[in-house]
Design a protein around this ligand. Structure first.
Ligand code: 4AD
Ligand code: MG
Length: 443
């Protein structure tokens, strides 16, 4: 069955006054015994359609009158330019077929207005009905923005000759520390779900030199915050012959490219979400300043935030710090004790590591974590032993340094986090179709 035309084709003006076939779902319906006003939705928009009893005949009119919200229908009608209706067009229905009815015993529970009263989709009710909530305009906009973000990331790396590379999701060791590891039974042994692609990407670094991926990562995050998921999408890159600053340059260019792509592809969706496009332009055009960790701690202490040197910055601190930032800022040179073993100690002062986090403004905080890797055998053994990490699961990782190690680095970008920030979402759950957190694996 071929799709006739889409609602956005009508809005482009090329069908004015013509007879067209449309397929879609009813999102609103009202009227009298003589005339019905039906708002039809498809993947590209909405249009008001009018059915008059004396035009469509009694049988079709009765079917349309009985059709509940979310019934799928196909319509034939004349495109009418009409300034009074939303979008400037109306379809005058000539004939109609109901395709998929809605079960009247469990009527579709989610209307746009029910959703509008629901804190942007955060109630348990809406999460329980996520499979239906996906049909709301807010969710559709979010998913289209998300798709553009994924496209921008692939394009960024491919245009620069990065090779897309895949790592296993079942692993034997932690990347980002043991506290958020998901353990899975594995044929009588224990395995874990990967927290990051990085260690396995480093193994291919001497072969491919420039690698990237977009893949799910898993973290057993118990706390439910507006920026944590247990399964999130992770865009990661690894590059040979590169230092911390080179890696940051890629991170900055990538984030700016994503912002620019949304301005090119998704201004309509962003506007409907009430996002200020000037902010997105600013994120696309202006450079991102770099600041050392120590400076950030001083700023926070001046703001009377309770923080001690040596602590990683959690969300509560980043939120305060980034509230007044006008663009994303890099924080560099975190204390060694705050970061995992793979970060390279700064040769100028080994209390610090050559790393960076990119913090998004407006209180969003960390969207990227990355840096230069410890790359000599002696140094990696020292870091693993210092941390008290068993060497066993990392023998392959140490080997990379035993056989022709070179300086290299990379970063991980939380894709759901950047979608959340750029779309202005209240909560990271809003930008992923089926969010996973410590209390929910359904639907
Ligand atoms: O800072 P993280 O933990 O760094 C790494 O995993 C490195 N191995 C990446 C690398 O260098 N290749 O995670 C990277 C990013 C964070 O900045 C954040 O944006 C996102 O991943 N992230 C999460 N997003 C959603 N929910 C979670 N629970 C997340 N944990 C990390
Ligand atoms: Mg981090």
């Amino acid at each position: 069955m071929q799709k006739s035309i889409f609602i956005e084709d009508i809005r482009s003006g090329k069908y004015d006054g013509e007879v067209v076939d449309l397929k879609g779902w009813i999102t609103r319906t009202r009227g009298s015994n003589k005339i019905r006003f039906i708002v039809l939705r498809d993947s590209t928009g909405r249009i008001q359609c009018v059915a008059k009893r004396d035009v469509v005949g009694d049988a079709v009119f009765e079917n349309l009158k009985a059709a509940l919200i979310e019934t799928s229908i196909e319509l034939r009608g004349i495109v009418n330019v009409d300034d009074r209706s939303d979008g400037g067009y109306e379809l005058v229905i000539q004939s109609a077929n109901v395709i998929g009815e809605v079960n009247p015993e469990s009527p579709f529970p989610i209307t746009e207005s029910a959703m509008a009263n629901s804190d942007g989709g955060e109630t348990e009710f809406l999460l329980d009905h996520r499979h239906l909530y996906l049909r709301t305009s807010r969710m559709t906009q979010m998913l289209k923005i998300r798709s553009s973000v994924f496209g921008a990331i692939h394009r960024y790396f491919r245009e620069r000759d990065f090779t897309e590379y895949h790592a296993p999701n079942f692993v034997a060791g932690a990347v980002e520390g043991g506290s958020t590891l998901f353990e899975v039974p594995y044929f009588g042994r224990k395995a874990y779900l990967t927290q990051s692609w990085q260690l396995y990407a480093e193994a291919a670094m001497p072969a491919l030199e420039r690698l990237y991926t977009i893949a799910p990562s898993f973290r057993a995050e118990k706390s439910r915050t507006r920026r944590h998921l247990t399964e999130f999408w992770h865009a990661e890159m690894e590059i040979a012959w590169a230092g911390n600053s080179d890696v940051m340059e890629h991170g900055e260019k990538l984030v700016r490219t994503i912002a620019k792509t949304l301005l090119d592809e998704r201004t309509e969706e962003l506007t409907e979400l009430n996002r200020d496009l000037d902010l997105i332009s600013r994120y696309a055009d202006n450079p991102y300043p770099r600041m050392r960790y120590d400076e950030a701690v001083e700023i926070l202490q001046d703001m009377k935030v309770d923080i001690e040197w040596g602590q990683d910055l959690d969300y509560s601190k980043e939120k305060v710090l980034t509230q007044d930032f006008d663009v994303p800022h890099f924080l560099t040179h975190y204390p060694k004790i705050a970061k995992p073993f793979y970060h390279r100690p700064d040769p100028e002062d080994p209390k610090y590591v050559l790393c960076h986090d990119l913090l998004a403004p407006e209180g969003y905080g960390e969207i990227i974590g990355g840096g230069e890797r410890t790359w000599s055998e002696a140094e990696i053994l020292q870091r693993i032993d210092e941390e008290g990490t068993p060497r066993g699961p990392y023998e392959f990782y140490i080997d990379i340094r035993r056989y022709g190690g070179v300086p290299h680095g990379g970063f991980g970008l939380g894709v759901d986090r950047i979608c959340s920030w750029l779309s202005g979402a209240e909560h990271i759950r809003e930008v992923i179709p089926f969010p996973r957190d410590s209390r929910r694996v359904t639907p």
